[in-house]
Design a protein around this ligand. Structure first.
Ligand code: F6P
Length: 519
């Protein structure tokens, strides 16, 4: 067989190799209706959709917390269920948590501790010893489940996010040779900020037990390398951490969206009808439409966005009759005080703006607020209905709504108004970039979006689409997984006291710098 054929076959074999994905959030959830029937729904978040696409392509097993109230009713004796439920493609192994475990591990340590630690959104991180104990125990349980479920000994393990920082360490103790990659989806804090966490050393040790740790941005990668050096005393090269006789490769690999799937929806025969349904349901009778689509989270800058809209309607009162703004916010982590507080704040602001800018025979005011998730077809129709889409995060790892909006605009219209503090701003410099803390500047950005000539809108959207199509979710996943497969096992352990080795030159991962928006 010619050498090129061999090379081709081995890369095809790698592509076909099944995978173990581990995440806290499950991709499909079963719920019980009042009449006792069981229904299911896909998780709507961008990451879940991205990893689900990856599982369809590669096969393997997905291990996640079974959080639905009917989840236990549909699993087999090994706690597995085939998903998607309407067209089974791969097994989902569910991990059960007690209420106390969920409270301390998920709500407490992950979302009252690590989440605010990693996001500059002025919510104080809370670290409690009992939350940490639960987090450790649950991470160990996840690791044992991965070990039980590994589809084959060579199957790579893909760990998703900050809930599961200790899984790699436990798994490596059970299976020393397993190949592990962890994707850190959210921003990684500067070492000065990380010092707030009393358990930072254990978390860093957990992370460097992976063979590869991938971040969204170059900034996050640099913060992690600096923390490994200062907190662990590890040797650090440009893209590796050497610690306790092994090494971890560290890259920046920004996540993308499932561009083709979104395109397919835009080509569907239902798009126009769906847009009309949305118009009716949301009572939109203005020529102009703005939208925002977010998880209801204090990091998303929704109050700041409402303040900018308030300023806009005050500056240009004629817009009250011309513009409707639709805010979709999906309730999230609602048991936490910080989330309940932002939800209450948004409710009040929406009511106040609607009261202030209604009148003169205008019923209801200019904001339509919907607190529930939209399935993909409706979401894409909403994206296509919009003259502009606002993403105003105070701090965000990436923000996939920004990329989804662009993927949906095959018509080359619509303006993306994007916070400079969203990771997406590093790649999407042709958006109208705003600072959510500067209410006047933000309102200027909205005016710029509204007044922009068609030719300029098309130029910008064309440029944005080139970026989003060029780095979709398949590219993201294969960058991480191929990077993992290409690591040379012989180069991994660093002899004690030796100088750090250079990163392998054959890696296909792209480490991005900051080509565009200023941060
Ligand atoms: O933004 C990424 C992320 O933190 C995921 O890890 C998580 O699943 C998602 O946001 C939604 O959060 P949650 O799972 O707490 O609803």
């Amino acid at each position: 067989m010619p050498e090129s054929d061999t090379a081709h076959r081995s890369s095809a074999d790698r592509a076909a190799r099944p995978l173990a994905v581990v995440s806290n959030r499950e991709p499909y959830l079963h719920s019980l209706a009042e009449d006792g029937t069981v229904s299911w729904s896909p998780t709507t978040g961008g990451v879940a959709v991205a990893l689900d696409a990856l599982m369809h392509e590669r096969g393997g097993v997905w291990i996640a917390h079974g959080a639905g109230d009917a989840d236990r009713l549909v699993v087999d004796a090994h706690d597995r269920v085939s998903v998607p439920p309407d067209a089974p493609s791969y097994p989902l192994r569910r991990i059960w948590l007690t209420e106390a475990e969920e409270h301390h591990y998920y709500e407490g340590f992950a979302n009252e501790g690590l989440w605010p630690l990693c996001h500059v959104a002025h919510v104080k991180p809370i670290f409690r010893a009992e939350d940490w104990r639960a987090y450790q125990a649950v991470n160990e349980r996840f690791a044992r489940a991965v070990e039980e479920e590994l589809p084959d000994p060579a199957a790579p393990v893909f760990i998703q996010d900050y809930h599961l920082t200790l899984v790699a360490r436990h798994l490596r103790a059970l299976r020393p040779d397993v190949r592990i990659a962890l994707f850190w989806h959210i921003p990684f804090p500067h070492p000065d900020q990380l010092r707030i966490c009393p358990y930072r050393r254990e978390i860093l040790e957990g992370l460097v037990a992976s063979d590869l740790v991938a971040f969204q941005l170059e900034r996050d990668r640099r913060n992690f390398l600096a923390a490994a050096r200062t907190e662990l005393g590890a040797k650090v090269s440009r893209s590796r951490v050497y610690f306790q006789n092994r090494s971890t490769t560290v890259y920046a690999v920004p996540i993308g969206v499932d561009f083709d799937r979104i395109q397919a929806v835009t080509h569907g025969p239902e798009l126009e009808a769906e847009k009309e349904r949305l118009r009716r349901e949301l009572r939109i009778d203005t020529p102009l439409v703005g939208i925002g689509v977010d998880r209801l989270d204090y990091t998303k800058g929704i109050p700041e966005r409402l303040d900018a809209l308030d300023r806009l309607f005050t500056r240009r009162p004629e817009l009250r009759r011309q513009l409707t703004f639709v805010q979709v916010a999906v309730p999230s982590r609602s048991k936490l005080e910080s989330y309940a507080a932002v939800e209450g704040d948004i409710d009040q602001r929406v009511a106040a703006i609607n009261a202030r800018h209604a009148g003169d025979g205008l019923a209801g005011g200019p904001i339509r607020y919907r607190k529930s998730a939209l399935r993909i077809r409706r979401l894409v129709a909403l994206y296509r209905l919009a003259d502009f889409c606002i993403v105003s995060s105070l701090h965000d790892g990436m923000n996939l709504v920004a990329k989804e909006f662009v993927a949906a605009r095959e018509d080359l219209d619509g303006v993306l108004v994007l916070s400079e503090f969203a990771g997406a701003a590093q790649e999407l410099g042709d958006a109208v970039i705003i600072n959510p803390y500067d209410v006047g500047g933000f309102a200027d950005g909205l005016e710029q979006a509204l007044d922009m000539a068609l030719e300029e809108r098309q130029r910008r959207m064309r440029a944005l689409r080139r970026v989003v199509a060029g780095r979709d979710v398949v590219q993201w996943a294969s960058d991480i997984l191929e990077g993992l497969e290409h690591l040379d096992p012989r180069s991994m352990p660093a002899p004690p006291g030796s100088a750090p080795r250079k990163a392998p030159s054959d890696t296909r991962i792209v480490s991005t710098s900051s080509p565009t928006a200023g941060r």
